[in-house]
Design a protein around this ligand. Sequence first.
Ligand code: AMP
Length: 205
Amino acid sequence: MKIIFLGAPGSGKGTHATRVKTELGVPHISTGDIFRENIKGGTPLGVLAKSYIDKGALVPDDVVIKIVEDRLAREDCQKGFILDGFPRTIYQAEALKKIAKIDVVINLVVDDEAIVKRVAGRRMCRCGETYNVAFLNGSDTCAKCGGKLYQRDDDKEETVKSRLDVYHKETAPLIDYYRKEGLLKDVDGSQGIEAVYADILKVLK
Ligand code: AMP
């Protein structure tokens, strides 16, 4: 199954895509994760991506499209994949159409106010776990591996607001785009995490 997770930053795309990946046994491809790995590794792609990500801006379309095209050409993607954070513009969606036939687009719907609260409170662990300060009771270590939690630079409140503006301008038009293609399924992303996941599984069945 070839799935896209659509939604604002912090709508839960990464969290749910990770679970669906385990459920379906298909790769989870997060363009944001690919950029963060490259930033960590100090690669030329990482240096370029960082200059956009730190401002809350999008990395240029052609750079992202090439990365996704190469990734989807690999053997492990032939039976299916989950795209998280791609496409983010109509231009990217048009390019994707030439590369793969998507089966379903899950649109996680969460309002802006909840997003800002969620993302500004988000804390990450290097092992991949994600937390929110609202549920950490002052702790700054990962319950899974004991690692020290940190805040993504682009999760700071001011950057979140720029990312939301970019989302509304550049990415939200994809909702109508995929609705017209008959692929869009809305899921209420403001519910508790288990309820959201149950709705996603219903859509996928
Ligand atoms: P994410 O982890 O998906 O929120 O992505 C973090 C940042 O990486 C975004 O704010 C963008 O700057 C950049 N990024 C990720 N995916 C894309 C994409 N498909 N197109 C352009 N920029 C992207």
